[in-house]
Design a protein around this ligand. Structure first.
Ligand code: URA
Length: 326
């Protein structure tokens, strides 16, 4: 078998016309199309991807779009913008929690919502509602449409009281990637779709830069399906009430990989308190109840990238990691 060598002429990256338009739109066309110098070009051997440092595998152009990157850099600055190499070590989210669920801590998942409210004794002519199943039970056999209906009608925690819309998620089914954010913001709550505000525009631009879109390859959702008032952090009981929906989405959608955006979503899904800086740049794995192991890539939340554009180069590396064959 002949392995590629560093001296071999690098093949020009293939982009289709749509991707090219996007690359131009976000100011990346020139950088993307220009092959890196031979010496800096990685030899990509898919079988060993997991053990190689990210930046050695895939030197990244500084992202230059107005939306997704710092201003265009001179060629020399392109490489220096790449963060220090971080090893692509694979970690597996714990799969043997007491409740058998991956990632989400038992202390959270075992809870099925706020304590039941005392049920007033019904008057003779009052309509008595059938007792509601805890979310974890109700989702068990639901298909995607049924699950959506359950989310839209959910009253498992107090967030239902202030919402305009519960946001189930949106995207391609079947899907290649599942993108998981934190919770709907104001625009998402108004429109009923995930990531439709400024963060969403950035997310779409980032996905387009690796040839992906929510129309064709990606399903986008959040850990929490209803907007917390004032965009405050979700509370443990809200996470507990909502997590079964996400786990069922994962089971039904069977994504090739999961891209988790932001500290909250990453910590919740992987069941860890580790910082986002230590979680990104490497592969994780989520074991589902069905026994599948899904690669998980952690990256910064687009809202954070809007506030800290200098981190976009790292986010770009995360996307490249996610879009490589794993
Ligand atoms: N931020 C998120 O985490 N999710 C959304 O849907 C919108 C903003």
């Amino acid at each position: 078998m002949s392995l590629p060598t560093a001296a071999a002429k690098p093949a020009a990256p293939r982009v289709n016309p749509l991707q090219r338009i996007w690359l131009r739109e976000i100011g990346m066309e020139r950088l993307w199309m220009r092959p890196a110098p031979a010496a800096a070009r990685p030899v990509i051997v898919p079988q060993v991807l997991v053990s190689q440092p990210v930046s050695a595998l895939d030197p990244v152009p500084a992202i230059v779009a107005k939306d997704i990157a710092p201003p265009p850099a001179a060629p020399a600055a392109v490489d220096s913008a790449a963060p220090v190499a971080e090893p692509v070590a694979k970690t597996v989210a714990p799969s043997t929690r007491a409740n058998g669920r991956p990632g989400i801590p038992a202390s959270i998942l075992n809870r099925t919502g706020p304590p039941p409210r005392p049920v007033p004794k019904a008057a003779e002519d009052e309509v008595v509602e059938a007792p509601r199943l805890p979310v974890a039970e109700a989702v068990k056999n639901a298909n995607l449409d049924e699950l959506r209906e359950q989310v839209v009608a959910c009253t498992a925690c107090g967030l239902c009281e202030g919402r305009r819309h519960a946001v189930f998620g949106q995207g391609a089914t079947p899907t290649r990637w599942l993108v998981v954010g934190e919770a709907p913001g104001e625009q998402e709550d108004r429109q009923g779709h995930p990531f439709v505000g400024r963060s969403g525009q950035l997310l779409d631009a980032m996905l387009a830069a690796v040839g992906m879109s929510r129309e064709t390859d990606v399903f986008i959702t959040n850990v929490i399906k209803c907007r917390p008032p004032g965009n405050r952090n979700p509370k443990p009981e809200e996470i507990a009430a909502c997590s079964p929906y996400l786990m069922r989405q994962i089971a039904l959608l069977k994504p090739e990989r999961i891209l988790v955006l932001g500290r909250f979503a990453a910590q919740t899904l992987l069941g860890t308190d580790a910082t986002i800086g230590s979680l990104r740049g490497r592969l994780h794995s989520l074991k589902t109840d069905e026994g599948a192991e899904i690669p998980v890539i952690v990256s910064y939340h687009p809202a954070y990238l809007l506030r800290s554009p200098s981190e976009k180069a790292r986010a770009w590396q995360d996307l490249k990691l996610a879009s490589r064959g794993i």
